[in-house]
Design a protein around this ligand. Structure first.
Ligand code: BGC
Length: 570
């Protein structure tokens, strides 16, 4: 199938090599000084994205919401929460983005609503057996008096996945009890979401990042899982052997391929319907799967020609900083996506995981998990983490396909591992009885100015999570125009990537004769990463054009460094 066919009627294939920047609105820029970022704040900083050189922005949820899970608990899919602005602010933002040549993607949360959504309130009053209740997953309990939950499923945030309502029924929530799961077997739910998609497409958005895309359909028998109550078998790290309620660990729970609540075949029918809807619009509107699905062959099913356009590659995100493992993930990804004619979708950071500059500072990839890091945990080596983080970014941005950046990574921001426990807002912290610290450490508001109150996040000193003093070092104001800064490295890489269109090229590995060094060619670019302790020479005859750290004597690549090289101009 050609690119044009895949793009749909009148569409383009802009997304095949696009770099998209994730804006987490409450932490990006605050226009009114109440300590929460907002849509006018995003508008005011849109030029930052243009100067950075990305193609699109993805906005995390701004819908009306009680904000129990930072907006991933939606009470009205067709309106903006007053915390972030008004519906008109979205129209303004879409127009302003398009005027600057940026696409705008929004987050869609179809697995669950808020318990304050009118559908759920109606379901509670309408009672058992009602059509209103059929929009959700209500069941009778087990055991005497139905006093036990219908099965043994655990919520991703900790604790049982079922909550009982006063009339005795139980409802399913794979996340917080304030986030009841929708019943995607219901044609009513499907029809409602088709309308929601159209509402936003009509307003001009360029696509949807689909939250928990692998979770909408459950095995209809709702069988116990794990069947024997044992700890997940496919554990990736020693800590995963802990009891299911001891920690929140999305990745480990979600990577089980036999889980009856994740990656059921039935989800694909939904995305085929949605693909028809987005293809009915001009301009190349896209769907992006947030699907914690492994192996790559299963994930590739989400990006078959009649389904979604991108699926975040979390195998890449969670891979340890080891050349052999990274190369294997890259190969497997390119093979799996290639087999369905899709592009790879690379990502290193987002609002759910420890920032990669911090994650990569630890030898154990367990730190990638939602468990978080806080006082009393082993402290990362911030400088070493930044060095690796920058090398990982340059490696990623050279890979063929699309890439996603998370706000603040262009500043080299580390995870805030100093956040006091009493400031935590992520429901994971309470739901796990303070065993998992949660995701607040990657959500701390951004530093724009080293010397301003709230580091320029807002006009005043307030910020919904306290900002650490170290933020002054990372502020945009101290990085602009400084060649060695992380910000200028991102800018240089994005500009060259765009100029050479490397995202659309094929990758060819080069033999380095050294297991600690990865090298590949992509179009006109040669990319080398040194994972080893000793410096290595860059290939003769090539000229360094972007590097994650300075090259000793102009040609020696030190440990944890990536360089992009080109043929010297004739
Ligand atoms: C989002 C999280 C959210 C969860 C429930 C995720 O995958 O990215 O931030 O807590 O879905 O909506």
């Amino acid at each position: 199938m050609s690119d044009e066919d895949r793009a749909g009627p009148g569409g383009t294939t802009w997304w095949r090599d696009a770099v998209t920047y994730q804006v987490y609105p409450r932490s990006f820029a605050d226009s009114d000084g109440n300590g929460f970022g907002d849509l006018p704040g995003v508008l005011g900083r849109l030029d930052h994205l243009v100067e950075l050189g990305v193609d699109a922005l993805w906005l995390s949820p701004f819908y009306r919401s009680p904000q129990v899970d930072a907006g991933y608990d939606v009470a009205d899919y067709l309106d903006v929460d007053p915390l972030f602005g008004r519906l008109e602010d979205i129209d303004t933002l879409v127009a302003a983005a398009h005027q600057r040549g940026l696409r705008l993607i929004i987050d869609l949360v179809p697995n669950h609503t808020s318990d304050r959504h009118a559908w759920f309130e109606e379901a509670l009053t309408a009672g058992p057996g009602s059509a209103a209740r059929d929009r959700y997953v209500f069941r009778a309990g087990r055991g005497p008096g139905g006093n036990e939950p219908p099965n043994n499923w655990q919520s991703t945030f900790g604790g049982p996945a079922w909550t009982r309502v006063p009339d005795g029924q139980w409802y399913l929530h794979m996340f917080d009890p304030h986030q009841p799961d929708l019943n995607w077997e219901s044609p009513v739910v499907r029809a409602e979401f088709a309308k929601i998609l159209e509402f936003w497409l009509d307003r001009g958005v360029d696509g949807f990042r689909v939250d928990v895309a692998h979770g909408l359909v459950k095995n209809p028998d709702l069988p116990d899982w794990p069947a024997d109550g044992a700890a997940p078998a496919k554990a990736l790290d020693p800590a995963a052997a802990a009891p299911a309620d001891a920690r929140s660990d999305m990745n480990v729970l979600w990577e089980r391929d036999d889980a009856p609540m994740w990656d059921q075949d039935g989800v694909h029918e939904i995305y085929r319907e949605w693909r028809e809807i987005v293809d009915g619009y001009q301009g190349g509107r896209i769907l992006i799967a947030e699907a914690w699905v492994s192996p790559q062959e299963r994930l590739a099913r989400y990006v078959r020609p009649d389904e979604m356009h991108h699926a975040f590659n979390f195998d890449f995100l969670t891979a340890p900083w080891l050349p052999g493992q990274l190369r294997a993930v890259i190969d497997r990804t390119l093979e799996a996506t290639g087999s369905v004619g899709a592009v790879a979708t690379w990502v290193l950071s987002n609002h759910d995981v420890v920032r990669h500059t911090t994650r990569l500072a630890y030898p154990d990839p367990v730190m990638a998990r939602a468990g978080g890091i806080g006082p009393g945990d082993p402290e990362p080596d911030v400088a070493a983490g930044l060095r690796r983080g920058r090398a990982a970014t340059l490696l990623m941005l050279a890979l063929p396909g699309a890439a996603y950046l998370y706000q603040g990574e262009e500043l080299g921001l580390p995870e805030d591992t100093w956040l006091p426990d009493d400031a935590r807002q992520d429901p994971v912290w309470e739901r796990t009885g303070h065993k998992a610290r949660g995701r607040d450490g990657c959500r701390v508001p951004l530093p724009w100015h080293a010397d301003a109150p709230s580091y320029g996040f807002g006009p005043g000193p307030d910020s919904w999570l306290p900002q650490p003093e170290i933020w002054a070092r990372y502020a945009l104001s101290v990085q602009v125009g400084i060649a060695a800064s992380t910000y200028e490295m991102y800018r240089a890489a994005l500009a060259l990537r765009r100029e050479l269109r490397t995202g659309g090229e094929a990758l060819e590995w080069l033999d380095t004769g050294d297991a600690e060094v990865l090298a590949f060619r992509v179009g006109e670019l040669t990319v080398v990463t040194n994972f080893g302790a000793s410096p290595v020479s860059i290939p003769a005859g090539l000229m360094p054009v972007v590097a994650s750290a300075s090259l000793d004597a102009g040609h020696l690549l030190d440990t944890d460094t990536t360089v992009w090289l080109r043929e010297p101009a004739a």
